[in-house]
Design a protein around this ligand. Structure first.
Ligand code: DHB
Ligand code: FE
Length: 294
């Protein structure tokens, strides 16, 4: 690690709650629909089921007043720390994603997580994502092709990529990093091929100094996610896919705190065949047409 990156890392330590509250601000500003269109019947059904599940837990486990008040204090802290996006994306989004993608053919998705930022720099393939001078880590050449479910190349496909640096920090959420570090929107060529150059990210620990970290240590769990690259792919007329790619052999593939690893999402890296430094890997995307289902 370079001096600079070490400085950044030290600066970042103890500021994880900042990442949590940024995720809350960003969600509020994202323009994502926040439920005003959910019909009364569904609200009643879902809120009723959630309340019933919580009451059942109290009965089954004979929850004490000390435990009830600990829960109250903790829920207040999750909000004060701005960690609702973190909490939900770690412990619930994986199931929402499974349920909502079960009928979509083609490449598997997984959770988006809290750190996506829209409107990243648009780069034509072959592309190099933004890095600092002397960026620490293993260079990674990542390539692939977009096809439809019949194997025909797709035109106009794009691949948005975002990932942590080799110290495990995300730009725009950890302080001291360039805004678009390891964030880009790569345009595939007319045959659906793309090539991009980045660095292999590090395993990532969800922020440990806020409410989520407090829960993790109180329960004796760990805070790790395996190293991963976030990707969102889309093309006109096709259903978009949000996914992450993981590296075989990562010790946390089997116990990801966010339960977001799937066997179809492994990126097999090999040393560069052209003698350049680092690794290469390819991954092909199969997109379903709008309206197409299994
Ligand atoms: C969280 C962070 C991630 O990078 C991710 O992919 C999923 C969840 C989190 O901190 O909640
Ligand atoms: Fe992530």
């Amino acid at each position: 690690m370079t001096e600079n990156q070490l400085d950044t890392r030290q600066e970042n330590e103890g500021t994880a709650v900042e990442a949590g509250s940024k995720a809350t601000e960003r969600f509020a500003a994202s323009g994502k629909p926040t439920g005003t269109g959910v019909p009364k019947e569904r609200v009643s059904l879902l809120a009723g089921a959630l309340i019933k599940a919580a009451n059942d837990i109290v009965v089954e486990h004979e929850v004490t007043y000390e435990e009830y008040n600990a829960l109250k204090a903790w829920l207040i802290k999750v909000g004060n720390d701005g960690e609702w996006p973190l909490f939900l994306d770690v412990w619930l989004e994986h199931t929402v994603e499974d349920v909502n993608s079960q009928d979509r053919p083609g490449t598997k998705g997984t959770i988006e997580g809290p750190y996506y930022v829209p409107n990243s720099p648009v780069l034509d393939s072959p592309a190099t994502v933004e890095m600092r001078d002397d960026e620490d880590g293993v260079p990674l050449q990542f390539s692939g092709q977009f096809t439809d479910t019949d194997g025909n190349p797709i035109q106009g496909a794009q691949l948005e990529i975002w990932h942590a640096d080799s110290a495990g920090f995300y730009s725009q959420y950890a302080p001291g990093l360039p805004d678009w570090l390891f964030r880009a929107n790569v345009q595939a060529d007319s045959e659906g091929h793309f090539v991009l150059h980045t660095m292999r990210p590090a395993p990532y620990q969800i922020p440990t100094d806020g409410a989520c970290g407090q829960l993790i240590s109180a329960a004796g769990w760990h805070a790790w996610r395996p190293a991963h690259i976030h990707i969102k792919v889309s093309a006109p007329g096709y259903q978009p896919v949000t996914q992450q790619l993981y590296f075989p052999g990562d010790p946390h593939n089997a116990d990801d705190i966010a339960s977001a690893v799937k066997p179809e999402l492994m990126l097999n890296t090999t040393p560069r065949t052209d003698g350049a430094a680092g690794e290469e890997a390819s991954y092909d995307y199969v997109l379903a047409k709008v309206g197409q289902s299994k």
